[in-house]
Design a protein around this ligand. Structure first.
Ligand code: MOS
Length: 707
């Protein structure tokens, strides 16, 4: 086929002979060259005439009130333009999200909360100014320590995601008490930090009552709505650009204080202002994965079938707002058990506000459940793969809905085959190599399938090309590339004839890159728009002025389904534990996924491998400590909060099985951004137990715990 000649739109590529731009192809990401050559511009890299820089002043006490701010020394420094605080900052409307109530009043709800912002001609001036601001506080006693039986703990009505806080079926306590085989265990997962490569950053500028921001966000449409509300201007007076975003992992899912502060500072000074949060300020102000304390009670018959499944989670939230890590929710989906209870308790403490971090709920919840399943397999003397298979449910256990597709058993079997699971000696501590103990472990993975309404426009250009426009956000996933593939497929043209624009509120409104829902949500709108355009073009040539069609999936993407829709997976790990140093090294990590149709094999693999790498960090090195005396996270930079480096990560294998699920979206895709982290930590923890014979129930598995 001549790649320059217009072909007849309307025939999906999968049904064509050559299939060169078919969905699933390993198309390289379109912005790759820009990124590796440094020409891709991020939010802080927006030079403007007269641009100033801002640096925040974090509270140095964990609870209390600001009683005085002395700015004289700061303002006397060369290049310092202004010091904003609750005393002089622009008055904004009250935000729906209390994390954004910055510089509004004198209250200090946690250490690290921003109490002032210094604006300077240069970054250095702003930083020096921030160091010179003197803040006095009326200090109150604080409490930042999460315990299982904290007197302030309560059962929340809802956990994050709108899930009920508690679900109970039958008589779980009674069924557990009379079960022939029982496991009653506790696990703990520490606070975890998102730490995207690009810290939160914003460049803001006001001109004639209109606000333009470049900001690092997972969803510019929401940022615009929030800023318009806070500053009391119409939405069409606010433009938000997020063309390139260096990761977020949930911490940029909704606006964070940087964008509000930058817009405030720009309004106050009349200058364009850039605020890039220093990394060590992130843990306190952008959200974190809340620590979770788990109690799992699994009761089973001797054949392995669960008769009772109880998963109770205790977590913290801040005094700013309630956020409940929904860690017991995945247990409602996984295994058949006639009697069950899944419940959350939350304790408001004087801690930073937790929020979304890659697979909120599923990551810590499945760590605990899949570790407990491994312990049960041990009690039963049963293979852990087979234990999961005998507990496969016919329908989703909690809701009774049929699964739209569920190929967990296939993932487990395929993973076991690829991993060589049948060569494993099940006895713990049975394989030594000098001072090393070697073991392997398995865990299941699950992540829900979500989609949200979005709008897309596609234009047929007279030169035979097409232009797709949608305010999707490419946070490093390759989203713009996959959306171009979806358009090319539906228009039946080679993918290089599709141009695409994403990452700006100048484009049709779209949902956020979160909940692993981006491609499903945006792709659905792109697919619809392309289908309509193809219909309009079927009769004849593209008019000289081009032809544009729009589609909005409201009412479609958010429609209730009679099906329970989730992606599934299986993770296998092999570790070597050094009996001298206590160090655990992961030797192999292998995942097999059932995640609907894979739309780009190259970028999908990156998503899976990235998630598994983050799960490796969760298992072995990541975690921060709440300093009870200061009320602060101790590990707040990358020197102390250890994310995996290349030397920590083996050649991870990610595979998938073909899944043809007609109950999802027109592409048949499930989300893939988060499932890679789910279950990985449990597989590694189970491998450490298999290697050593010692069960460590507290993450991360650092040498001091493993020895
Ligand atoms: Mo993801 S934690 O939903 O951005």
């Amino acid at each position: 086929m001549d790649a320059t000649a217009p072909s007849t739109p309307g025939v999906p590529v999968e049904r064509r002979e050559n299939g060169e731009s078919a969905l699933g192809a390993p198309v390289e990401r379109r912005e790759g060259r820009q990124k590796v050559t440094g020409t891709a511009r991020y939010a802080a890299e927006q030079p403007r005439p007269g641009r100033a820089h801002a640096w925040p002043v974090p509270a140095s006490v964990a609870r209390g009130r600001v009683t005085g701010i002395d700015t004289a020394a700061a303002l006397a420094l060369p290049g310092v333009l202004a010091v904003l605080s609750h005393e002089n900052a622009p008055r904004l409307s009250e935000p729906d999200d209390a994390m954004l109530a910055v510089l509004r009043d004198s209250r200090v709800p946690h250490r690290g909360w921003f109490v002032a912002l210094v604006v300077g001609e240069t970054l250095e001036a702003a930083r020096a100014g921030a160091a010179a601001v003197r803040v006095d506080y009326a200090v109150e006693d604080h409490d930042v320590t999460l315990t299982r039986d904290h007197p302030a703990a309560y059962a929340p009505e809802e956990a994050n995601g709108g899930y009920p806080g508690t679900r109970e079926h039958g008589d779980p306590e009674g069924a557990f008490a009379s079960a022939p085989v029982r496991v009653d265990v506790g696990y703990s997962v520490p606070p975890l930090h998102n730490h995207p490569m690009e810290p939160h950053a914003t460049t803001a500028e006001w001109q004639d009552g209109r606000l333009t921001v470049h900001t690092s966000t997972q969803g510019a449409t929401t940022v615009r709505a929030v800023l318009a509300g806070l500053f009391g201007v119409p939405e069409d007076h606010v433009t938000v650009h997020a063309e390139h975003v260096g990761g977020g992992f949930g911490s940029k899912g909704t606006p964070r204080p940087d964008v509000v502060l930058a817009a405030m500072a720009a309004r106050h000074t009349g200058r364009p202002v850039t605020l890039a949060l220093p990394r060590r300020f992130l843990p306190a102000v952008v959200g974190h994965r809340a620590p979770t304390l788990h109690r799992l009670r699994l009761g089973a018959r001797p054949d392995g079938r669960l008769v009772s499944l109880i998963h109770e989670v205790t977590t913290h939230t801040s005094r700013v707002k309630e956020f409940v890590e929904q860690a017991a929710v995945p247990t409602r989906v996984m295994y058949a058990a006639p009697d069950s209870r899944t419940a959350h308790r939350v304790t408001p403490l004087d801690v930073p506000t937790p929020s979304w971090m890659r697979a909120p709920g599923e990551a810590p919840g499945m760590y605990a459940l899949e570790s407990a399943m491994d312990e049960l397999a041990g009690e039963l003397g049963m293979d852990p793969v087979e234990l999961r298979i005998v507990n496969e449910p016919d329908t989703e256990p909690d809701s009774g809905k049929p699964f739209s597709s569920r190929h967990l058993v296939e993932c487990l079997r395929e993973g076991a085959r690829r991993f060589g699971w049948d060569r494993r000696d099940p006895r713990p501590g049975s394989r030594a190599e000098g001072p090393l103990l070697v073991g392997s472990g398995v865990a299941a993975a699950m992540y829900p399938v979500m989609a949200q309404p979005s709008t897309a426009a596609v234009r047929a250009l007279s030169d035979g090309n097409f232009l797709v426009r949608i305010n999707a956000t490419d946070i490093g996933t390759g989203a713009r590339t996959v959306l171009a593939q979806i358009a090319a497929d539906r228009l039946a043209v080679p993918v290089d004839r599709v141009r695409i624009e994403v990452g700006s509120t100048d484009l049709p409104a779209a949902s956020l890159a979160g909940g692993s829902s981006g491609t499903a949500s945006w792709g659905w709108a792109v697919h619809e728009a392309c289908a309509r355009l193809a219909e309009r073009l079927a009769g004849g040539p593209v008019p000289a002025e081009g032809l544009e069609v729009r589609a909005d999936t409201a009412g479609q993407a958010d429609a209730d389904s009679p099906y329970a829709r989730h992606a599934f997976g299986a993770h296998f790990a092999e570790v070597a534990v050094d009996t001298v140093t206590g160090e655990t090294r992961v030797r192999r990590l292998l995942g097999v996924y059932a995640a609907g149709r894979i739309l780009n094999s190259r970028t999908a693999r990156s998503q899976f491998v990235g998630g598994m790498t983050m799960g490796l960090g969760m298992a072995l090195t990541e975690g921060s400590t709440m300093d009870a005396a200061f009320g602060d996270f101790t590990e707040s930079d990358l020197a102390s909060y250890h994310v995996p480096a290349h030397a920590d990560v083996p050649d991870i294998e990610a595979h998938w099985i073909d899944e043809d699920d007609p109950h999802l979206n027109p592409m048949g895709s499930k989300g893939i951004g988060e499932i890679g982290i789910v279950g990985t930590a449990a597989a590694i923890g189970n491998a450490v137990f298999h290697a050593t014979g010692t069960r460590v129930r507290e993450l991360p598995l650092t040498p001091d715990r493993v020895l």
